[in-house]
Design a binder for this molecule. Structure first.
Ligand code: FMN
Length: 274
């Protein structure tokens, strides 16, 4: 069960921790006393850490066995909105990768920051499978191509705009229309028992896509690989996720071999105001 540790000499009793708690389970019992959990609070705490994060004097800490003890300094300067906007506009799906590997440490740095993505009830249940070995990526891609062949033979659910036969021919010629010759494959996955498990994993994938370019790394969501991973037994077996877990979304990852000089055009914004 989580614990609230409050340093009395630092606490100003301002009540910010009480106000920010999403479950309203932190209280300042009476003037002069320190913030604490309500009677049933500790058992209901989702360990979101907002009480700790909002405390201006650093008087309060949430402690729970599941928490990584690492702490991070606050940002020194905020990102200018125009810089962030430009960064987001310039993120691209990368489909041409350099063959050299991205070091494990770089991928781990990225996944480490993705832990700060939101999850339902702050469950943080997203786990990662990193296929770092490029030969293994190719082997798994071969299994996804087998799935494509099954689509061709069994009547595809992919629809007419995907040239499945052409993709299979392309693979036979030594190209990779599925994983785009990415050196690595990264798959967030989660326990499907939890109602937000799928969304949590997809949000994690989106965060990885956003964080990667800042580290010089390119990504692309692997839609074909994902469809195969969800339904093709040989690929599911090869991925060997724990029972009850499903892949959130497959992400192709490597150093980009293409550079972009400007953002592409987008559809017009479509907003309904009420
Ligand atoms: C759910 C999803 C699945 C995708 N699957 C693939 C894929 O299998 N192969 C591919 O080359 N791109 C794939 N993409 C990338 C999209 O084609 C790409 O996001 C879109 O063309 C816009 O380009 P941008 O990401 O560079 O802005 C996928 C994107 C999403 C959101």
């Amino acid at each position: 069960m989580p614990d609230l540790i409050v340093t009395g000499s630092l606490c100003t009793r301002c009540g910010a921790c009480v106000a920010v708690c999403p479950l309203r389970i932190v209280e300042l019992p009476e003037a002069g006393l320190l913030p604490r959990f309500t009677d049933t609070g500790a058992g209901r705490c989702i360990v979101c850490g907002h009480c700790e994060a909002v405390c201006s004097t650093g008087a309060l800490a949430v402690d729970a066995p599941r928490l990584d003890p690492a702490t991070y300094p606050p940002p020194i300067t905020p990102i200018a909105p125009e810089d962030l906007d430009a960064y987001l506009r310039m993120r691209r799906s990368i489909r041409h990768f350099r063959p050299d590997p991205v070091p494990r440490e770089t991928i781990e740095t990225l996944l480490d920051v993705v832990r700060f993505a939101p999850t339902g009830s702050n469950r943080q249940g997203v786990k990662w499978l990193v296929i770092h070995d490029t030969a293994e990526v190719r082997r798994l891609t071969g299994l996804a191509v087998d799935w494509l062949r099954s689509q061709l033979e069994g009547g595809s659910r992919l629809g007419p705009h995907f040239n499945v036969a052409g993709m299979i021919r392309s693979w036979r010629k030594g190209n990779d229309p599925i994983c785009r010759n990415a050196p690595h494959l990264v798959i967030p996955y989660s326990d499907r028992q939890h109602p937000t498990a799928d969304v949590d994993a997809i949000i994690a994938a989106a965060h990885l896509e956003i964080a990667a370019p800042a580290h010089g790394v390119g990504t692309c969501l692997g839609g074909f690989f994902q469809m195969a991973a969800e339904s093709w037994e040989p690929l599911r077996r090869a991925l060997n996720l724990p029972p009850g877990h499903r892949p959130g979304y497959a992400i192709l990852l490597g150093y980009p071999a293409t550079g972009y000089h400007r953002p592409p055009k987008r559809n017009r914004l479509d907003v309904t105001w009420r």
